[in-house]
Design a binder for this molecule. Structure first.
Ligand SMILES: [Ca+2]
Length: 119
């Protein structure tokens, strides 16, 4: 039989997930829910190397608006991420996706496994 304390711990609601990401960086994760391989990047990173087209969740801990871009060197379609904002699943249709010239591509749209640069 479980001790009373253990039973109470099991019944408690799970703490809200808070992804770890150093201040002044943008963190990207390979899988939704801030899981899998993680990269921690300076705000403007023109190429993601081995992490190209992998990001499925993110945390913008830079204190500034930034964009996730579809192609290297801040080109192609993008989504804008507010300062301090994290989201658990880029596959959700929760984002406004714009063409490089700023024209609307999709809203709501998703941006899973396409990010190649960040600024
Ligand atoms: Ca890409």
């Amino acid at each position: 039989m479980l001790a009373t304390g253990a039973a109470l711990a099991v019944a408690s609601p799970a703490a809200a997930a808070t992804p770890a990401c150093e201040a002044n960086t943008i963190c990207l994760w390979e899988h939704k829910n801030w899981e899998g391989q993680k990269v921690s990047l300076p705000r403007c990173t023109p190429s993601l190397g081995g992490f190209d087209n992998k990001a499925s969740s993110f945390y913008n801990n830079t204190g500034l608006y930034l964009r996730l871009y579809e192609n290297n060197d801040y080109s192609g379609r993008y989504i804008e991420i507010p300062a301090g904002f994290s989201y658990w699943n880029l596959h959700d249709r929760k984002f406004t996706v714009r063409h490089a010239n700023g024209e609307l591509f999709a809203s709501p749209g998703e941006f899973n496994d396409v990010t190649s640069s960040v600024c």
